[in-house]
Write a protein that binds this ligand. Sequence first.
Ligand SMILES: *Cc1c(COP(=O)(O)O)cnc(C)c1O
Length: 485
Amino acid sequence: MDKNHPRTGDMAPEEFRQYGYKVVDWITEYLMHVEEYPVLSQVSPGDIKSKIPTQPPQKGENMADMIRDLDEIIMPGITHWNHPNFMAYFNSTASAPGILAEMFSAALNVNGMLWKTSPAVTELEDVTLDWFRQMLGFPKDFWGIIYDTASVSSMHAIAAAREQAVEFNFRQKGMAGRGEVPRLRLYCTEHSHSSIDKGALAMGIGMEGIRKIPVDGQFRMIPEALQNAIEEDRGNGWYPFCVVATVGTTSSTSIDPVDAIGDICNKENIWLHVDGAYGGVAAVLPEMRTIFKGIEKADSVVVNPHKWMFTPIDLSVFFTQKPEVLKRAFSLVAEYLKTGEGSSVQNYMDYGIQLGRRFRSLKLWFIIRYFGVEGIQNRIKEHLNLAKWLKEEMAASPDFELMAPVPFSVVCFRFHPDPVKDVQRVDELNEKLMNNINATGELFLSHTKLNNQLVLRVAISGIRTERHHVEKAWKLIRQKSQELL
Ligand SMILES: *Cc1c(COP(=O)(O)O)cnc(C)c1O
């Protein structure tokens, strides 16, 4: 084995075929036995690094040795996102058709920066995103583009929002050192994802330019408070330019009222961006479409198939009704990138920071075709049902309390046995409970803070998660909590 190609040095085709079969066998075994691994990697910081030489090999090595090291060195340092008991954060799992599509995409290795540099990349993205738009029930004029993550999608929304304030000509003149330009203000809530703050930082808004609007008892933005904040800011010389509403916040999956917020934004001429990175996928179920009520009033929205639609990371979908504003923010065509097709085609490089782009739509195409809309709906519905079951179990248990409503598939709870009254002590108990559970390797949970209290989260969004996994998780939570008393 390991006969290099005599001239290029790359792997010879027959050897590639042999290892290719081996890799597929490896992946098949891995997926079949993923539950046997500890879901949370149990290594200590530096463990993995200490097993890898500090200098690169001078001579080429064997593929067989490299696969052995993957098994022996790398695998212990893997936290298994594909594990059915990965219930931390929002799980993203790789479905089989998604994995296969990634293999094709790696092999084709195309760069879809221009239509011309691979027409299929541009055209398939266009078609699959329109499928996805229909699946979510979004208006016809929502135009889509794939970015790597929701963080980057939202940053582009903020860039477009800033560009929409044309009178300041930020594109040409920048933001700094201009006494005649007011400071820009973006509105969200303390429950918005940190990527909104980061996007605002990247766009030169500054932390002071972000105003967090108060929320109600269910962690939802209060529209009247938004209206008041905008008026107050205008009175004080700020320029309100962007509002971010979240459908499925990261901590508690609360849903900001897009409809009422949209009315305010439309009246005030402010860009409304809706972050549905995780929760948005639920709209594939017609009975869940109310989460996006008023979405036609939004300028842009992000939904991540890599969160709750079984798509290998990464793939985030950004829709906007104003692609021309996004294009105005970033389009910059160097001489060597000019092509003869003109406006008869779209070149996705015009709609963002990056030039090169992977063939991500291939996995979305495979996934939607393989499962069908119904197949995806069934999994999402099952996750919603499992979360409802767990919520009811916890509600009926005197030692546990629910800390937020459960509109999607995340249950926020804490262990709060009757004798323990001290708030600090309850926080400590729950932190200990989470650490003890995660140390078993059988279940992985994460935490958040709501109303200044430590809250544990169970997120059910993996394709391999079935009822018995949730039952096992609940059993383990109860058992580990009793051990603490
Ligand atoms: C996870 C999450 C994000 C960030 O997603 P990435 O794709 O990892 O950048 C943004 N917003 C919300 C609401 C999220 O849950």
